[in-house]
Design a protein around this ligand. Structure first.
Ligand SMILES: NC(=O)c1ccc[n+]([C@@H]2O[C@H](COP(=O)([O-])OP(=O)(O)OC[C@H]3O[C@@H](n4cnc5c(N)ncnc54)[C@H](O)[C@@H]3O)[C@@H](O)[C@H]2O)c1
Length: 319
């Protein structure tokens, strides 16, 4: 599969590029970024990079681009007949995601969304514990998603997070992942949003940097979710799933799992680090989409838009 990596920013160079290079059936034919500095960094690693891409040159594109750019590129390349792996969130709003309506059924099914951590075996293990009754039903989920600590001395990071906040609070960016996991684990999208709140910890920030909500899911499951970015210190990033019979704790960074039941504590970990594991699985599924083993992108464009819809609902209520 001839693939181009479009977007040579943080996640493009640190995670997508090595995952593409590791897959034996992928030929990375080009990297693309309009920013000459980013192209220079790629060139320094021996990677050919250009400001734009002719779709004929490749079978698929990985779009590691900001969400205000991704929909235009995804539609353009999908309409050219390519398989598209588009980073999450798939747009900055449900309204902006209407651009995807231009795709026909076949073009749409060839879009896979970079909800990367859905692929982790820890998420599959949690799904098994929830569905086979190990934890009991209903379940109370407490999700504390905290990342991107503020370091005033790191200008590049501060600028990137400030720019991202101009396009929405952390719930829009991190919620893409979390709401996808919760729908996948709890039997569908939330039935209702019961409450939401936000806090802006520094007045100059373009959006609230702490946001939370309470949501009801099918089968009586409840979720208390919190997202936080850009404070000097951060609380632990962790998700807990508590039912009458057991408690499952997922470390938000390593995805190490602990199951606590009447039988005691049982730790479950998976080989390698979470990023390598999940980006490799993601590329494998992308290649399967191209070679026809997989009939549609997983997670699909509809999954990406559903997660965005929930995130937007929370962001709107939290104002
Ligand atoms: N799946 C994950 O786990 C994960 C993790 C981190 C970030 N992300 C997502 O990946 C995306 C990129 O994040 P990042 O942190 O790498 O951002 P970034 O700002 O570091 O990188 C984005 C890159 O895209 C380039 N770009 C902008 N417009 C372009 C265009 N028209 N064509 C080609 N390139 C263009 C920019 O020049 C920049 O180099 C975001 O949507 C983010 O939410 C996903």
């Amino acid at each position: 599969m001839r693939v181009a990596l479009v977007g040579l920013g943080e996640i493009g160079l640190s995670a997508h590029l090595p995952a593409l290079l590791r897959h034996p059936s992928v030929e990375l034919v080009r990297c693309v970024d309009p920013d000459p500095e980013r192209r220079e960094i790629a060139a320094g690693q021996g990677i050919k990079a250009s400001p734009d891409l002719a779709p004929e040159a490749v079978d698929g594109v990985v779009l590691a681009t900001p969400p205000w750019v991704t929909p235009h590129l995804a539609v353009r390349y999908a309409q050219a007949g390519l398989c598209v792996l588009a980073e999450k969130p798939v747009a900055t709003s449900v309204e902006a995601a209407q651009l995807y309506d231009e795709l026909d059924h076949d073009q749409r099914r060839r879009v896979q969304v970079g909800l990367t951590y859905r692929h982790d075996p820890a998420i599959q293990q949690l799904k098994t514990w929830i569905e086979d009754g190990t934890l009991g039903t209903p379940i109370l989920v407490r999700a504390h998603i905290y990342d991107e600590a503020h370091d005033a001395g790191d200008f590049e990071h501060s600028q990137r997070i400030t720019t991202t906040l101009e396009h929405g609070s952390p719930v829009v960016h991190e919620g893409a992942h979390l709401f996808d996991w919760l729908s996948h684990l709890l039997g569908g999208p939330p039935k209702s949003l019961n409450d939401a709140w936000s806090v802006t910890t520094r007045p100059e920030l373009p959006a609230a940097n702490l946001v939370g909500a309470r949501l009801s899911y099918p089968r009586g499951h409840q979720a208390l979710v919190e997202f936080g970015w850009f404070t000097t210190a951060l609380p632990r990033c962790e998700l807990t799933f508590l039912g009458d019979r057991g408690l499952a704790t997922l470390d938000g960074f390593s995805f190490a799992l602990r199951l606590s039941t009447a039988d005691g504590d049982h730790d479950v970990t998976f080989p390698g680090d979470r990023t390598t594991r999940c980006f490799d699985l993601q590329v494998r599924r992308f290649v399967e989409l191209y070679d026809g083993t997989r009939k549609a992108g997983e997670p699909s464009l509809d999954d990406g838009i559903a997660a965005l819809r929930t995130a937007e609902l929370v962001a709107g209520r939290a104002l």
